[in-house]
Design a protein around this ligand. Sequence first.
Ligand code: VL7
Length: 135
Amino acid sequence: MPADFTGTWDIVDNQNFEGYMVALGIDFATRKIAGVLKPQKIFEQDGDSFTIKTITTFRNYTCSFKAGEEFEEITKGLDNRKCQTTVNWDNDKLVCVQKGEKKNRGWTHWIEGDTLFLELTCEDQTCKQIFKRSA
Ligand code: VL7
């Protein structure tokens, strides 16, 4: 049985989001707005099929995929790039590789109890986010 991420998660910590946004080439004004947001993650999971919604007061981002199947991701409203993206299980972690213009781009999610972890990487920058289950 794979891990079940289904639910709603509220951010409680966000380390080096600024560095991650700089690596993605996000402009100064947008970074200042984005840097104070408190994103919520809403996971819908049916086995290996996922929809992850990242919800903020500024912009929302939705990504749907099936583990193990490559898809074209357009990071609309974020850095607006096209990636060939694959998310795979690594034991109970979800490991995403976003192939495209930016080197070493991807993210990893995992759960420990009622805590959801996310590490977002682009080039030499890693942002570490922590969420607590709210529903
Ligand atoms: C993680 C934001 C910064 C542009 C707006 C900020 C809007 C949220 O990759 C992500 O989630 C994965 C893993 O959970 C699933 O899709 C999105 C947010 C990255 C990067 C870019 C700043 C402008 C913040 C919508």
